[in-house]
Design a protein around this ligand. Sequence first.
Ligand code: 13P
Ligand code: SF4
Length: 307
Amino acid sequence: MTSENDRLIEAIDRLRRKRNAIILAHNYQPAVIQDIADFQGDSLGLSRKAAESDADVIVFCGVDFMAQTAAVLAPEKLVLIPEERASCPMAHMATAAEVRDMKEKHPGSLVVTYVNSTAEVKAESDVCCTSANAVSVLRSLPKSKPIVFVPDMHLGEYAGKMAGREVILWKGFCPAHHYVKADEIRAAKKKHPDALVMTHPECPLDVVELSDAALSTAGMLKFARESDADEFIVTTEVGMLYPLSKQNPGKRFYCPSAALLCPNMKMTTLQSIVRSLEKDSYPVRIPPDIAERARRPIERMLAVPRD
Ligand code: 13P
Ligand code: SF4
């Protein structure tokens, strides 16, 4: 018997062929969305896919700033986000006006902006970074210039320490990663003494420092694949357990904290993807002048060699 999900997946397959569309899903998306996606990955990897693809329509299953980055990098394509309310709270903890004020307070400084930010904030920035390349980006900057890091204070603190650079920190944070406690990692290590700990650098520094590796979501998939270990404590949004388990049958993955849930990442449904492909909902449009200015710091980031 055909289930409702099977019917929706058939409709998605028919529509994506008809529209010459691709479906991109972030690693934290619900399992059923990851399973039907053409590509799955971290925020930057997906934006790159959007830019390289010859599809006419990109359905971005993730949160607002990711779809915006895709729209900035692929201005000739129609970028759709199936759930209009799927938004990253951290990305809205900095506005363009606040960043301009900060630049006035620190004349001559360079603004390094995490990709988890709005296109308007990127447009005010010197260079972007992701959780995968923040340390390399900081190391690439001239030592004579002060650095303002926007908006994630934890990633900024971690990357500044690793790069040996002093960083003026914004006060933003991710509500899913910020509340993880060092004691929760200690307890998880006690419960799973053979497990390696992989942590996203959006967590507080004392949590990162208890870990074997600080990694982006794509970095975690690589680390788990290449490691000889069989067990891992995964200190990032709980959706990450699905691609890790799927790609590494036989290995075990544990989530150390109930805080690690991002409700915005769980909004996408098969229904909303069908609606998106039928009705062009919801188009992500960046004003051309903002897109042009936001593209420069993203391209500067892409030109920074990895350490
Ligand atoms: P990644 O770029 O590592 O996938 O992280 C995005 C994110 O939102 C983490 O919370
Ligand atoms: Fe934003 Fe945190 Fe959700 Fe990532 S997990 S999208 S940083 S709120």
